[in-house]
Design a protein around this ligand. Sequence first.
Ligand code: G1P
Ligand code: ZN
Length: 542
Amino acid sequence: MIRVVATTPYEGQKPGTSGLRKKVPVFEQPNYVENFVQSIFDSLEGFAGKTLILGGDGRFYNREAIQKVLKIAAAAGFGRVAVGKGGILSTPATSCVIRKRKAFGGIILSASHNLGGPNGDFGIKYNIGAGGPAPEPITDAIFARTKTITEYRIVDAPDVDIDTLGETALGDMVVEVFDPVADYAELMQQLVDFEAIRALFAGGFTMRFDAMHAVTGPYAHAILEGMLGAAPGTVVNGTPLPDFAGHHPDPNLVYARDLYDLLMSDAAPDLGAASDGDGDRNLIIGRGQFVTPSDSLAMIAANAHLAPGYKAGLKGIARSMPTSGAADRVAEKLGIKSYETPTGWKFFGNLLDADLATVCGEESAGTGSNHVREKDGLWAVLMWLNILAVRGESVADIVRGHWATYGRNYYTRHDYEEVDAAAADGLMNALRARLDELPGQVLGGLTVEKADDFAYHDPVDGSVTTKQGVRVFFTDGSRIVYRLSGTGTAGATLRVYIERFEPDPAKHDFETQAALGDLITLSRSLPDIEGRTGRGAPDVIT
Ligand code: G1P
Ligand code: ZN
């Protein structure tokens, strides 16, 4: 029985590339989820009888939202919804399953690394059949529909059991509850040398993987401890909790501080790693050796041929513009192309689809490859394990050897959070107004070589994306980048990315902030950050 329910639009249901993200109480309003999910389906064509993949990161409201999506999908005419057992499905695993089953698309319930719980964040995202986030024409259509929706259609039925594997009928649709780990684990086995990693662990290699009480727990338990023989207890915080135990499931040096401190201590295991709420970000720390995400991308790329899935070599390497140039040096040495894209994973999609790039990454802890169309936290960890197993060296040895070969890109990001939005816009516009006059100027002892506002020309579809961040290059190869965050919720977040290339191995031992000291000072004075925003120093340094 399909019930047609009259409804009125909510304001502001505008999905970004990471979907619609709001506080849980917003989603709990009557018809709020229903309106949005119906708007998604109203914006799609040709899914009658087809399969939709559904799951989430297990955060608060996951289960309630799953039931609503199932009943609306049944009323809309999908033939089958395959839902991860318990409503669990990491973002990269969703992408994997959509592609493997050639599904019509998928819905991911997540707010990534944001806080969970009754007052935390929730999110709904639609992914297309290629496995990646819906492109802008689709999200625009969904948004337009949310403004005009007058009714939704829902199957009147009791809640579906999503904790038992198997199939049940919901109206004319089949609900299939499947193991959220199996397909993903199988894909990893094709890409990464499980034999070599098993031997590594059997030989006494030690590791701690912090799942941060979020979605990667079941994956890490099954793959690291189950299939690869890592010691029981290797995975910590491995049970997804609706409120992530009150912690931020964001694997950085602020929220994964315990892991960092452990790896810098005498009790350090060989490798420390973590992933975020929905499993797409990663953190890699060796004993006594932190690996920046920019370096990790470069090192994975340089060693990818050691993993079975990449033994034929890479087609190209893509990085987001603010990510350090370390990966470019690897591409140059390998004789392959490097691509520089705007911030955000969606820009990698065309390059991967066209087989121009094989691996890609962002400085914000996202690394991935053409195996799915999302960044993939556990994949990055498995690639590192594969590299460590084959090379038989420590993380620190590999990092230092890489720097000796390619040079070191000292790199840091300084974030000024909750800045007055008008002040932040003013700062960016003032910088843009100076682009022509900056070249040739000597600032803080450095000569500006060129300055621009990054624009991306997509080599596949020819589209142009402008105003992606102001870049100031210096004649010694250093660079400062200014851009405003597109994901913040309060005020504006000014991100300043500071980078200096050091070819001399005798100078690879400095602490990062010290090594970048002069540039950091200049990064503040150049646009007069303090004068314009009242901030003398950043809130977060990564
Ligand atoms: C941030 C990161 C960016 C990432 C995005 C989504 O965006 O900087 O690399 O793709 O989150 O995870 P920003 O807030 O800088 O716009
Ligand atoms: Zn995430």
